[in-house]
Ligand binder design. Sequence first.
Ligand SMILES: [Zn+2]
Length: 87
Amino acid sequence: MPRAKKKKPAKKKPERSSAVQRIAVRVRARLHGEERGGFVCPFCRTELSWESVKTSEIEVTIYVREKIYYCPSCRAFLGVSSWHTEG
Ligand SMILES: [Zn+2]
């Protein structure tokens, strides 16, 4: 009896705008200490640096916190990082 090989279709992740994706990668790089210097806001083209970019910290649960990065000029969402806190 011949075995029918069935290939499962690869699930595609929902696509985000490439600009946000690009910044998100840089946020990650920054967190790992690989990224230095400034960049340009993909939405309003304001020159930003990690020193000028605005952040907002949110307590998601008692153990999980999220830091949201956003443009100080147009308040566009640039990226987010989350981490666990040990109580
Ligand atoms: Zn902006």
